[in-house]
Ligand binder design. Sequence first.
Ligand SMILES: O=C(O)CCC(=O)C(=O)O
Ligand SMILES: [Fe+2]
Length: 296
Amino acid sequence: MEVVHLPATATPDEINAALRDHGYAIVDNLVPADLMDRIDAEMAPYVQDTLYGDDGFVGKHTKRTGAMIARSPAARELIMNPTALGAAGRLLEKATTFQLHLTQIISVFPGSKAQPIHRDQVAWDFFPFPQDYEVQCNILWALTDYTEEMGATRVVPGSHLLPDKHYTIEESIAAEMTRGSALFYTGKVYHGAGENRSDKVRQAINITYAVGWVRQEENQYLTTPLEVARTLPEDLLKVMGYQMGCFAMGYVGDFEDPMTVLHPPAERKVLNTDIIARKAGEAMDAQKLYADSTAA
Ligand SMILES: O=C(O)CCC(=O)C(=O)O
Ligand SMILES: [Fe+2]
């Protein structure tokens, strides 16, 4: 089976179209090696100190090293990559906003067994999201070259459109890619880390975005200390969740914007709820239309 590759010039719409059709897409050489070098240098001491996983799912020879916003200024650039944000925004367009879900270097060491093939959206307590509702947009950025022998991520193309099922490794393909390339995939597509049969470490930077109304897998508010958060640009803070996740989610204090905790405004302001009235109105209109259509 041919693996879906797009060039670095692919637009967010093209990536989104590939995600809708295949459940995944590799965008080749999307960021320069220099950015990967800087992230690697900033994160290496933390990777060194990270414990191996404690079960077969996270991997007993695999390390997961998070808190990348606090630990790596260069990682902040990757999180704000315009192509990544553009594609995530389109995939998650049914929600009012989207947010950062997790940041993590996944280091698959020699001897790591293949991870069970799974869907990432099960993280929300196995809630059965509707078939046409995408809750997350995942990206695995290749920090090292990524070969099948080294444990390249396995993907079951098209499985995002199919019912829940147990897949074997043989039914999956290896998403081989070069350093700086990015594997985009939806929360519904079946996938898993491959077995590392080589003598090299396979590393990916997992940056995932999710719709604004769900709980984040990595707790961004506790992971990045407030004194660090206060130094970050506003657009990054919003992606981290320092904005309303939808009309009701995430307020602070007396129904105020969460950003006010980091940067108290000269004048306090209660959140504007016009949007609630509008959305509620739309929802009621839709319900009325539905009721009218079924009454006939
Ligand atoms: O490391 C990989 O290739 C995939 C990891 C993964 O799918 C996960 O941890 O959910
Ligand atoms: Fe996964």
